[in-house]
Design a protein. Structure first.
Ligand code: GRF
Length: 186
């Protein structure tokens, strides 16, 4: 089975998924696609020997180019790992129930356009939440609204700040995301 990852930034989840499946026969990360030329995920792919490709806004939203690339890699699952653009309808139609995303909070809380990265953890802190977590969900045409596949929680203490919350959430992501992907593909 082939996984293609879309990532816009650091790509620590991408790296974690790649190395997880390097140990597991039958499933591999075929490629990583990014919309940011400078994304750190590209260095990671270089180091790990995974092909990585950049695409721009026009080819993503106004053409079938990225869909063709995904099909070229025979993607059984498209994994968004810190990917920040909205997925266009042609891609959703081409990969029904085969595109998943990870969100660093307990959706439906702290989701939607503009709610990503540090902003999510800051909002959790400002609202004095006592818990947060991760949500892995199918992707539909609305930000963060597709059917939920999996959630895991972690406690937020009064002494936590946005950074320590981010750290806890990342740990949950590293622990669960590869396993959920494996489950979906088995
Ligand atoms: C993760 O927290 C993910 O939940 C969110 O963006 C972050 C990506 O981090 N959507 P990284 O690029 O995998 O390090």
């Amino acid at each position: 089975k082939q996984i293609v990852i879309l990532a816009s930034g650091s790509g620590s989840n991408a790296e974690n998924i790649i190395t997880y499946f390097q140990e597991s026969p039958g499933i591999e990360v075929a490629a990583v696609l990014t919309n940011k030329k400078e994304a750190k995920v590209l260095e990671r792919c270089d180091r790990l020997g995974v092909p990585a490709f950049y695409f721009n806004r026009t080819s993503f939203t106004n053409s079938n180019a990225v869909v063709q690339v995904l099909k070229g890699f025979s993607a059984d699952l498209v994994v968004l790992a810190g990917f920040l653009w909205k997925i266009p309808e042609n891609m959703i139609a081409a990969f029904p129930n085969k595109i998943i995303n990870i969100h660093p909070a307990l959706l439906p809380k702290y989701g939607g356009k503009g709610m990503y990265g540090e902003r999510v953890h800051q909002a959790v802190k400002e609202n004095s939440e006592t818990e947060t977590g991760i949500t892995i969900h199918y992707v539909n045409e609305h930000y963060d609204e597709g059917a939920i596949i999996f959630q895991a929680k972690t406690a937020v203490n009064p002494s936590d700040d946005a950074n320590s919350i981010a750290e806890k959430v990342h740990q949950l992501e590293y622990e669960h995301f590869p396993k959920i992907i494996e489950k979906l593909l088995s």
